[in-house]
Every structure is written in structure tokens, then in C-alpha cells.
Design a binder for this molecule. Structure first.
Ligand SMILES: *[C@@H]1O[C@H](CO)[C@@H](O)[C@H](O)[C@H]1NC(C)=O
Ligand SMILES: *[C@@H]1O[C@H](CO)[C@@H](O)[C@H](O)[C@H]1NC(C)=O
Length: 191
């Protein structure tokens, strides 16, 4: 009886070991080169993932921020992706499970969660953070150019006014000089 129990216990141990080994080989790994992605407004961001698992998994990308949660796309690796209407045209899905989001807006900042599900039902999540930054340095030269153009225009207008003033006085002096000899003649006549 006792030896039978030991035998059963040993069998359980072996079963447990097999289970562990099975579970270990079944484990899905999602590797990312970095958990944080930074991209400018209007730019694009690549969420690059390297998936290792058994069989052909299903991949699903979900956006999550403080205010909302939104499914972006889901597809079975190798198949065509089902992209949510509001992301159509902005999303590119890659055969390796990666995702590219283009024409970025400030509201796109937040968490991007990938869920990989094997055919057996096992699944694994991985989150990446996207920060969309405003491009101030690109607007700055425009502002500087605008101010310089305005200052140049003002200087040009001032120069024009000054020249006009000079010309007016010159004309006035010329007219006066033309009138003066006659005037002096008539003035001199009585003498
Ligand atoms: C996944 O595929 C995309 C597009 O081909 C590529 O840019 C990216 O580097 C790939 N990622 C990995 C981890 O291989
Ligand atoms: C795409 O996903 C949506 C939401 O999960 C679903 O209603 C729709 O039927 C799917 N379309 C296809 C072609 O699988």
C-alpha cells in the first residue's frame, strides 16, 4: 500500500515535470527593442515586436489611454488584418506582428498593447508607450522669416517715404528756381 503511494507520488512528480516542460515550450515570448517610442506630430511610429510561439498566432493591437480604449487591428499572422474603421489608412500591419501608425496626432499618445494568442488559447500581452511630440522648432523659422519680412517691408516703406519727401523738395526747389528769374526780372525792371 505504502509502496504504491510512493509510486503514485513519483508518477505525479514526473507528470508535473512534463507539464512544466510542456508549459515552458508553449510559452509565448514577445520581444521589443524598447518600450517607449517617441515621434513627432504628422510623423509615424513603428511598434516593432519579435514574437516566438508555437503555430500561427493571432495578433491584436489595442490603444489605451486615460480617457479611452480602442481596438486598432487584429489579424492572424500571415493573413489579412481587420483594421478598425477610425484607424483605416493610418495603420500598416507587418507579417511579423509589428504595427506602423502614421499621420500621428497628439491624442495618439498613450499605451499600445499587443495580445498574442496561440491556437491552443494561450495568450500573452506586451505594452508599449507612445509619446507624440509637437514640432515647435519647425514653426520657429517660419515665424522668424515672417518677422524679418515684415521689418524689411517697414524699412522699405520708410525709405520710399524719405525718397518721396526728398524728391518733392527737389521739385519744389526746381520750380522755385524756374520762377525766380522772371520774378527778379520784373522786380528789377523798375530800377
Ligand atoms: C518587423 O517588420 C517590420 C517591417 O518589415 C520591420 O521594420 C521590423 O524591424 C520588424 N521587427 C522585427 C523585430 O523584426
Ligand atoms: C473586424 O472586427 C470587427 C470588430 O471586432 C468585427 O465586427 C468585424 O466583423 C471584423 N471583420 C472581419 C472582416 O473580420
Amino acid at each position: 500500500m505504502r509502496s504504491a503511494w510512493i509510486c503514485l507520488s513519483q508518477n505525479a512528480h514526473i507528470l508535473y515535470l512534463i507539464f512544466c516542460l510542456y508549459h515552458y515550450t508553449q510559452a509565448i515570448t514577445i520581444q521589443v527593442s524598447g518600450n517607449a517610442v517617441t515621434a513627432p506630430v504628422q510623423g509615424s511610429a513603428l511598434f516593432s515586436v519579435d514574437i516566438t510561439c508555437i503555430g500561427t498566432p493571432a495578433v491584436r493591437w489595442v490603444f489605451s489611454s486615460v480617457s479611452r480604449q480602442q481596438r486598432i487591428a487584429s489579424w492572424i499572422l500571415g493573413g489579412s488584418a481587420n483594421v478598425t474603421q477610425m484607424y483605416k489608412g493610418r495603420v500598416q500591419t507587418h507579417p511579423n506582428g509589428s504595427l506602423t501608425l502614421s499621420n500621428l496626432r497628439l491624442q495618439d499618445s498613450g499605451y499600445y498593447i499587443i495580445t498574442v494568442t496561440e491556437t491552443s488559447g494561450n495568450s500573452q500581452d506586451m505594452g508599449l508607450v507612445l509619446s507624440v511630440t509637437e514640432v515647435l522648432h519647425e514653426d520657429m523659422p517660419f515665424l522668424v522669416v515672417f518677422v524679418i519680412a515684415l521689418a524689411t517691408l517697414a524699412a522699405f516703406l520708410m525709405l520710399c517715404m524719405w525718397l518721396w519727401n526728398k524728391l518733392y523738395r527737389l521739385i519744389q526747389a526746381w520750380v522755385q528756381r524756374r520762377c525766380l528769374p522772371e520774378h527778379t526780372e520784373t522786380e528789377l525792371q523798375p530800377l
